[in-house]
Write a protein that binds this ligand. Structure first.
Ligand code: 0O2
Length: 202
């Protein structure tokens, strides 16, 4: 398989989405308003991970593009939980993409403790052979959720997907602690925002 050629439109998509989402953040900054977007990262799934996931899910290699929804992945990280839903609304109202699925792992966290809001979108990208519709996954989460997910992801890598039970339990506790932090920060949000406004004026 010519992976370079297959993945080229996906690279194009992640770059375009990154520019557009970062543009949204910049618009808030121009208006000196609190941006619901703290930062944006994006990646194309490495070929080894694509193959691994396809095998795990029993997807034949020639059906990967229709069935693997996160070859193109964009992550939007927010300060507060309600910022996540503001970003969700902003994405829903865009007319340069189509939403195919939404998964709210905040209202219903995963067994691991993972929290995040996922949107699977169809995004049209212009190639030299015409327009191609590409699937992409947008993950929207708070800084605390991101901190947890990055650490859990590293542990999963370290233990090759078989994290020992005692560490799993600690991770679940850590996920709850991170969510408590989000809830507490939401409660004192107005004070935080006021402090940020004063800081910007200085
Ligand atoms: P990577 O390395 O981040 O690309 P599933 O069948 O549940 O395994 P599915 O159906 O593709 O996966 O969708 P899901 O679970 O909604 O979202 C998949 C992605 O969400 C994962 O991609 C992770 O990025 C993230 N994610 C989901 N669950 C967890 C979790 O428990 N911990 C962490 N750290 N991230 C999670 P990949 O391909 O698994 O990994």
């Amino acid at each position: 398989m010519n992976w370079e050629a297959i993945l080229a439109p996906y690279s194009q998509v992640v770059e375009e989405l990154k520019v557009k989402l970062k543009g949204m953040r910049a618009q808030y900054e121009y208006e000196s308003r609190h941006s619901p977007i703290e930062f944006v990262t994006a990646r194309v799934k490495p070929v080894s991970s694509i193959m691994e996931k396809a095998e795990k899910k029993g997807i034949p290699l020639d059906e990967i593009e229709q069935n693997l929804q996160d070859i193109a992945g964009v992550r939007v990280v927010c300060q507060f939980v309600d910022d996540i839903y503001t970003v969700v609304e902003m994405i829903r109202s865009r007319n340069d993409l189509t939403i195919v699925e939404e998964k709210d792992y905040i209202a219903r966290e995963k067994r691991s403790g993972y929290r995040s809001y996922h949107m699977i979108i169809e995004y049209p990208v212009e190639t030299i052979r015409g327009m191609k519709i590409v699937l992409a996954e947008v993950q929207i989460r708070t800084l605390a959720m991101n901190f947890w997910a990055i650490n859990e992801h590293s542990l999963n890598y370290k233990y090759e997907g078989a994290i020992p039970d005692d560490i799993k339990i600690r991770l679940q506790r850590a996920a709850e602690a991170a969510f408590k932090l989000d809830e507490e920060m939401s409660k004192i949000k107005s004070e935080v925002r006021e402090a940020q406004r004063v800081f910007h004026r200085k």
